[in-house]
Design a protein around this ligand. Structure first.
Ligand SMILES: *Cc1c(COP(=O)(O)O)cnc(C)c1O
Length: 817
């Protein structure tokens, strides 16, 4: 295949402008330019995409299907350009057309089909799968509205719908030829077929057509393009509307409504189960479509369905796609005539489950009534899986009825999706070492005892292509100038930077790059927030979803305490600090929204108090998302990873900061443990209760925060400011609920269940050390360089290599054009 030349590329851009908009370059809007450039880039991508799939077919490869309700992709154009081998040519062509690549990239909406860490992990995994050359599909939902855009008005969060498809998304391709039907409701009739065999037939159901849209996932400089397949729902048969037979008409309208609602919107809950019927519809919709298509594709080339697991693996990203276990059983038995035992053998060799949290409010448990009404055949199958599993448990632990209570899939009127995922798959993995150990020792202890070989750990990772090469071009170039460019596809090489950590010239270069990135972020904040910040101050950053367990409240209470100290003692030794927050709260999460309002109220008071000479600034960055995340990580000095120990399964933001040379202030939680193991405790600031201590307290009914409140004047002063109108003179009661949550038991919820007051003084000590250490410029620079240098383990390439070899048994493919 001939490679496209620069002049051809330029011509393509001008041709697309003409065909799409009848415009010339000089007349086109930025959005039109973005579209035309994207189509020209897509031309290059599509050739590789087709070549990749030819190679996959020819080699009859095994493929992993990564089933996920969420893919938090971020913008594609810039990332695609840096991954393409034609990247230099494209950049020159764009410049020669007189265009600015950055402002064109800024036109792209962030495809935000995810909430936070779990969806972003899926996106990093797809990038790594393509770069490593592993055959893979991401399978998800084409939500019409993704994660809402956050606006801050008067300090409050407002949610604005994210109409990401309104101008058309240039990289997607509709694949109507692969549409499949998905059925809901009705009942299951048992009828004998011609051979006298019982057939289970769903009748009187409603159904929709699942129609896939494919997005290309471009590997780094290797001609490999995998596919993110997101499903949209369309009405099955619009002509039924012409039929005025009453029953048909009613049903036709209902089916239309069903199709319209299923993919309408992403639920904005992070780590929280709401139990909504529409959510279960979404889950079954995309799982059924993905599994049906994967099986059909397999059968196009093979004739023995009993060997499906030799060519197909389904990875379940959390319990959200767990109906896949029962859906695969249904297809194998009802469509391919396998007996139960044969179908079970195939299913349990094909499905694997990743656990992402131990938080009880995130556990998916569907009421039997809802589940069986919506998915009658699937429910029947789960009942049978449960029946057989309970017999197995009874035989293994005779007389121990607690085992059934703790392990049954259906119990107490509910279908427990985690239990189904564990029983129906061959693997259960946690996402960081500590998290996996807690699963084995606490949350899933009984399952670990019963299925010890299923349990394993895959510590999360992030892609260095997006979070260093694209997000921090200055540092990326510097790293390459020191150690060459192998780090781009093998991050273990970044360790070669360690020898420069003590070199004063390198330290200056490194900190100068950090400074320029801080100036870039300060400009963004000036433009978007109208707040002026000092790029010489310490940028102390906490960006992540707003959640009580992540303890943004601990951070802002500490800021309030610092402010009280500075007011009392203006001459106090204190290095200027900018506290930067970014966080979306789930739309219905009242306390999380109150914390956002508190941060903004504190910012308002502190930023306008001239008496503290700008020593503290507080900034809340509106609409935290992947595109501004890239600016934020590159500019951070301090990475706030302060979750209550045991609650954050892994975290991945922590890894993005580390890669960009920020020092972590954090608890021994999630992947922080492994980060500190790599970089050394002397290059991080660790504080707070350990996970064992937290679990101990929890098992003993918590602790008494009032003891701390009564003894500790400073803490009492800060808490009192929550209820005396200090930060909310217009409504002194505004933060009463936050105050109460720290001091009072509330129903089943313990006072200060996230140990904020318990950890406060130890956090303060760690923060003091941060301030002191920053003033030792050489020591800080050395630690910053070492954070980057020791981040090699946290590439998602390493994680995917582990999944591919230990769980999926995939082979790498090479594609020549
Ligand atoms: C990485 C990332 C997250 C996850 O952050 P944590 O600190 O691990 O919770 C969430 N949102 C965005 C946009 C991200 O890039």
């Amino acid at each position: 295949m001939d490679k496209i030349t620069k002049s051809e590329f330029k011509e393509n851009v001008t041709d697309y402008l003409k065909v799409l908009y009848r415009r010339e370059v000089s007349e086109a809007t930025q959005q039109q330019l973005f579209q035309a450039v994207s189509y020209a880039v897509k031309d290059i991508v599509v050739d590789q995409w087709m070549a990749t799939h030819k190679a996959y077919e020819k080699q009859d490869v095994k493929t992993v299907y990564y089933l996920s309700m969420e893919f938090l992709m971020g913008r594609a154009l810039g990332n695609m350009i840096i991954n393409l081998s034609a990247n230099k040519m494209i950049k020159e062509a764009i410049a020669e057309l007189g265009l600015d690549l950055n402002s064109i990239e800024d036109q792209e909406p962030d495809p935000a089909l995810g909430n936070g860490g779990l969806g972003r992990l899926a996106a990093c995994f797809l990038d790594s799968l393509s770069t490593l050359g592993y055959p893979a599909y991401g399978c998800g939902i084409r939500y019409k509205y993704g994660m809402f855009k956050q606006r801050i008005k008067d300090g409050y969060q407002l949610e604005v719908p994210d109409d990401w498809l309104k101008d058309g998304y240039p990289f997607e391709i509709k694949r109507s030829e692969y549409a499949v039907e998905v059925k809901f409701g009705g009942y299951v009739a048992i009828r004998k077929d011609a051979n006298g065999k019982d057939r289970f037939i769903q009748e009187n159901y409603q159904s929709v057509m699942a129609v896939p849209y494919d997005l290309p996932i471009v590997g780094y400089n290797n001609n490999i393009v995998n596919t993110l397949r997101i499903w949209d729902a369309e009405a099955i048969d619009t002509f039924n509307l012409d039929s005025f037979d009453k029953g048909d008409y009613q049903k036709a309208v209902e089916q239309q409504n069903l199709a319209r609602t299923i993919c309408e919107v992403l639920y904005p809950n992070d780590n929280h189960y709401a139990g909504k019927e529409l959510r279960l519809k979404q889950q079954y919709f995309f799982v059924s479509a993905s599994v049906q298509r994967a099986v059909s594709k397999y059968m196009e080339k093979h004739n023995d369905i009993r060997k499906l697991h030799e060519k197909v693996a389904f990875q379940l990203n959390d319990t959200h796609p767990t109906v896949a276990v029962a859906e695969l059983m249904r297809i194998l038995m009802d469509c391919y005539d396998l007996e139960w035992n044969e179908a079970w053998e195939v299913t349990t060799k094909t499905c694997a489950y990743t656990n992402h949290t131990i938080m009880s409010e995130a556990l998916e448990k569907w009421p039997i009534e809802l589940f069986s009404r919506l998915l009658p055949r699937i429910y029947q199958i789960i009942e049978e899986i449960n029946r057989r599993f309970i017999i197995e448990i009874q035989n293994t632990y005779p007389g121990d009825y607690h085992k059934i209570e703790k392990m049954a899939i259906i119990y107490d009127g509910q279908v427990k999706m985690a239990h189904l995922a564990i029983v129906g798959g061959y693997s259960v993995n946690g996402v960081a070492r500590l998290h996996t150990e807690i699963l084995k020792k606490q949350e899933l202890k009984d399952f670990y005892q019963h299925f010890p070989t299923k349990f394993n750990n895959k510590t999360n990772g992030i892609t260095q292509r997006r979070f260093l090469l694209h997000g921090n071009p200055l540092l990326a170039d510097w790293v390459t100038s020191k150690i060459g460019n192998e780090w781009i596809t093998d991050l273990s090489h970044i360790n070669e930077l360690a020898i420069y950590a003590d070199d004063e010239k390198c330290q200056k270069e490194f900190m100068n790059i950090k400074y320029q990135n801080k100036v870039r972020l300060a400009q963004y904040i000036q433009e978007h927030n109208g707040v002026t910040i000092n790029p010489r101050s310490i940028f102390d950053v906490q960006v992540k979803r707003l959640h009580e367990y992540k303890r943004q409240l601990l951070n802002i209470l500490h800021v309030m305490h610092l402010y009280n100290q500075l007011k009392r003692n203006p001459g106090m030794e204190f290095y200027p600090r900018t506290f930067i927050f970014g966080a979306k709260a789930s739309a219905g999460y009242r306390r999380a929204k109150a914390i956002i309002k508190l941060i903004n109220s504190v910012a308002n008071v502190i930023n306008n108090d001239t008496s503290i000479q700008n020593k503290i600034k507080v900034v809340f960055i509106e609409d935290y998302k992947v595109s501004n995340a890239e600016l934020i990580f590159s500019a951070a000095d301090v990475s706030e990873q302060i979750s209550t120990a045991s609650k954050e399964a892994s975290g991945t933001g922590n890894m993005k900061f580390m890669l960009n040379g920020a020092l972590t202030i954090g608890t021994m939680d999630g992947a922080n443990v492994e980060i500190v193991e790599e970089v050394g405790e002397e290059n991080a600031f660790i504080f707070g209760l350990s996970s064992d201590e937290v679990i101990q307290f929890e098992q003993n009914g918590g602790y008494n925060p009032k003891e701390i409140f009564n003894i500790d004047q400073d803490i009492r002063a800060v808490l009192t400011q929550l209820i005396n109108g200090f930060y909310s003179p217009e409504n002194p009661e505004l933060f009463r609920e936050l105050y109460n949550s720290l001091l009072e038991n509330n129903g089943g919820e313990r006072a200060d269940q996230y140990f904020i007051l318990k950890d406060f003084r130890s956090y303060e000590e760690a923060q003091k050390k941060v301030g002191a250490y920053y003033q030792d410029e050489k020591a800080w620079a050395k630690s910053a360089i070492l954070n980057t240098a020791k981040s090699g383990k946290f590439s998602s390439d390493r994680t995917i290599e582990e999944y591919a070899t230990e769980l999926w048994n995939l082979n790498k493919v090479k594609v020549e054009l």
